[in-house]
Design a protein around this ligand. Structure first.
Ligand code: PMV
Length: 317
């Protein structure tokens, strides 16, 4: 039996504008994770057991664009030509793949990318086919296209490398230093919202008035650069105002929602230094920058304001 896991992630700054080439900052969130076990099986075929999504099926019974089927097929296809001895998927010895995840689906914490990364890692280790992080990241990115349509690649990158990432689409991975630890509270609206739709709606806005939205994306890009500098210099308390500014721009892009705004306002009222939605928006999660001693109080007030769940996490050097 072989097992592997991958963490969740949260975008600190720059979502949506990152699809248009601006930078974004994201960090792994280890309190939530996807876990995969691969076992040899006496049954023929490749069996997938994912109780969280009520799935127990043989690979060939799934549609080819089912994300789990696509991860597995994309993993095996190059094997058959590169390593005939490993036989690719045809004639593959029977295996059972058990998938579980504590990452809420479609909520901005990278559930799809984490499952892909954990699954590829577990298969590569079980079938003795070592892969570099770069290869793994590229495979996971292909699956993100099924989940998201036109993904920037930020989710799979942060999750594969499990490091803070300053991400620019199409560029080599760049991580950033954390000058001084800081604490954020993540609040979940409990509303699943497909990133694909929010990204599609922003695209419609952009098509209709490119000059206006390019300016908005530029402003977000500037916020991201300032935020990176503050984090690296250990001036994280000053990130609060930048979060508030980023949230206003996301509201202007129509990707926030009444529920997200309610949680953002509740966090600010509870003493957070700043707050914003995170990820695709329209639901999913928001984040609040807090002094460590107020984290519990902010978390409690977020729940009173309707958060289905909260996570207190600290970003370390
Ligand atoms: O997967 P989510 O919901 O965290 O959103 C990803 C961030 C977006 O910028 C909205 C989309 C993308 O591909 O970068």
């Amino acid at each position: 039996m072989t097992s592997a896991f991958a963490p969740g992630k949260i975008i600190l700054f720059g979502e949506h504008a990152v699809v248009y080439g601006r930078p974004a900052l994201a960090v792994p969130v280890t309190q939530v994770h996807a876990d995969v076990e691969v076992l040899d099986s006496s049954k023929d075929g490749i069996w997938i057991d994912a109780p969280d999504i009520h799935l127990h099926a043989e690979l060939n019974s799934l549609l080819p664009d089912h994300p789990l089927a696509a991860v597995i097929s994309n993993f095996f296809t190059p094997l058959s030509s590169l390593h005939p001895a490993k036989r690719g998927m045809e004639g593959q010895r029977g295996v059972e793949i058990k998938i579980s995840s504590t990452i809420p689906v479609a909520s901005g914490l990278g559930s799809g990318a984490a499952v892909s990364v954990a699954l590829i890692r577990a298969l590569s280790s079980h079938l003795d086919h070592p892969m570099t992080n770069e290869q793994l990241n590229a495979l996971a990115y292909e699956i993100e296209k099924i989940h998201h349509g036109t993904p920037s690649g930020i989710d799979n990158t942060v999750i594969t490398y499990a490091k803070p990432v300053y991400f620019v689409k199409g560029h080599l991975i760049e991580t950033f230093k954390v000058g001084k630890p800081f604490t954020i509270v993540i609040g979940d609206t409990g509303i699943s919202a497909p990133t694909k739709e929010a990204v599609g709606d922003v695209h419609v806005l952009w098509e209709a008035d490119k000059a206006r939205w390019e300016k908005v994306f530029d402003k977000i890009g500037e916020i991201v650069k300032k935020a990176k500098e503050k984090i690296e210099n250990g001036e994280s308390e000053e990130l609060g105002e930048l979060m508030n500014q980023n949230h206003s721009l996301l509201q202007e892009m129509t990707v926030s929602s009444p529920e997200l705004d309610r949680l953002v306002n509740a966090a600010l009222k509870a003493g957070a230094l700043g707050a914003k939605m995170s990820g695709g928006g329209r639901g999913g999660n928001m984040i609040a920058l807090v002094k460590p001693e107020t984290a519990e109080a902010v978390s409690r007030l977020l729940k009173e304001a309707g958060a289905k769940n909260t996570i207190i996490t600290s970003i370390h050097p």
